[in-house]
Design a protein around this ligand. Structure first.
Ligand SMILES: Cc1cc2nc3c(=O)[nH]c(=O)nc-3n(C[C@H](O)[C@H](O)[C@H](O)COP(=O)(O)OP(=O)(O)OC[C@H]3O[C@@H](n4cnc5c(N)ncnc54)[C@H](O)[C@@H]3O)c2cc1C
Length: 387
């Protein structure tokens, strides 16, 4: 029996636990998660987009698998006493660009996505105006529309994975890892806040925004930091035709969400770290005028508050590390998803199961998300949508 300790029971830790359980290893696994309500975790604070538009093939492939799982969740994630429905809907994504250089890169990404089977096309501004007449598309030359991209309820997906993992025999321990004991070059125990200690053969770090703190317990320094993402809700007085999740690659994003509209904002220039303040003035003074410029119905809006969450931002390249640590090779880091972890959790769950039980990647080769690139300071070239 191997003692596999998963540190953090959000969607990533739970999808990994579920995949290990499905492969018959449930008795080997303990998930340590301090907060069963997930108050500050990213997963319940996610918007729920499952987009197929990415700039690197591995991210597209992972999203395609996420689409497959989330769109038929009751067939893929089974074993729990109760079932959860993540309410998958195909609402689409539209990424907008301005300028020849941005357009060329959008077109290249779209060709790559099409080669992997994604339904996606580049439309010029006139065609965009014809399809979505409420919008001016001011400052837009073209957009890439993928109408089948999905939207889910993140909390239902998390609970679905967790309850299924538990139903298959996985133990979730309500505790927090506060230290890791290393003997030689191996983690041998996880020390817990309660004072207890767990023996470890393999440690998996899925602590997301707290992943760097867990890495620091074994002297591993990673460029992953919490980055505030603010989400503002609003209603409109005048109706707007249905439209996909729209994102100008230079910044502004807007979509329909649970009966209201939603505008997301990340200030990549602000200091990293946890910051739970929702800045209403950012919406009033900066985002609202930009929204109104795009759509006259957005001039007469009624703000309805919003919420704050944090990305586990990988400062090197906005992509995760899914790899063993060279200096402590029974420690696996799985964090740095930088705003797209929900859609990738099913693929990551399967991939980490393959790393642990099958000796390496079998379904999608994720070796590009290596620890070595962090050591080398070599970012994965990624000019695609970032959130
Ligand atoms: C506002 C917002 C919108 C987003 N929208 C999308 C989207 O549309 N699509 C998408 O794909 N992704 C989206 N994301 C990203 C997505 O939410 C995350 O990538 C994903 O939820 C990460 O899952 P996780 O399990 O790694 O992290 P979390 O859900 O944060 O779970 C990590 C867990 O680790 C636990 N933990 C921390 N420290 C310790 C410790 N020392 N010991 C034990 N446990 C510990 C925490 O309690 C926590 O529950 C969004 C994120 C935000 C913030």
């Amino acid at each position: 029996m191997r003692r596999i300790v998963i540190i953090g029971g959000g969607i990533m830790g739970s999808a990994i636990a579920y995949s290990l359980a499905r492969a018959g290893a449930a008795a080997d696994v303990i998930v340590v998660e301090p907060d069963p309500t997930y108050e500050f975790a990213a997963t319940p604070r996610a918007v729920g987009g499952v987009r197929l538009q990415h700039a690197i093939p591995e991210n597209v492939q992972m999203s395609l698998y996420g689409d497959e799982v989330y769109s038929a969740f009751d067939q893929h994630v089974t074993g729990g006493k109760v079932t959860f429905d993540p309410a998958f809907q195909r609402l689409g994504y539209l990424f907008l660009v301005q300028g020849a250089e941005a357009l060329a890169s959008l077109e290249a990404n779209v060709r790559m996505q099409q080669s992997l089977g994604v339904e996606v096309d580049v439309l010029d501004a006139a065609e965009l105006r014809r399809r979505y007449p409420s919008f001016s598309f001011h400052g837009v030359d073209a957009g890439a529309l993928s109408p089948g991209d999905g939207q889910i309820d993140p909390n239902a997906a998390l609970m679905g994975y967790r309850r299924a993992a538990e139903g298959l025999g996985i133990t979730y321990l309500k505790d927090r890892v506060v230290g890791l004991d290393v003997v030689g070059n191996k983690v041998v125990a996880a020390r817990l806040e309660s004072g207890a200690s767990l023996p470890v053969d393999i440690a998996v770090n899925t602590a997301n925004c707290w992943a760097a703190d867990v890495c620091a317990m074994i002297g591993m320094s990673v460029p992953i930091e919490p980055m505030r993402r603010q989400q503002f809700h609003f209603l409109t007085q005048d109706p707007v035709e249905p439209f996909p999740a729209m994102r100008h690659l230079a910044g502004l994003s807007v979509r329909r969400h649970a009966g209201v509209y939603l505008c997301g904002h990340t200030n990549f220039n602000e200091a990293a770290g946890f910051n739970w303040e929702l800045q209403h003035e950012v919406f009033e003074e900066s985002l609202w005028p930009q929204l109104a410029e795009q759509c006259t119905a957005f001039e007469t809006i009624k703000p309805r508050g919003g919420w704050v969450g944090h990305y586990d931002m990988n400062r090197l390249d906005g992509n995760p590390v899914i790899d063993w640590y060279d200096k402590v090779p029974n420690f696996l880091l799985c964090a740095g998803f930088s705003g797209h972890g929900l859609q990738h959790a099913p693929a990551v769950g399967r991939a980490v199961k393959e790393m642990i039980l099958d000796g390496g990647f079998r379904s999608i080769d994720l070796s590009r998300f290596s620890w070595q690139r962090i050591l080398d300071g070599t970012p994965i070239p990624d000019d695609g949508p970032k959130a």
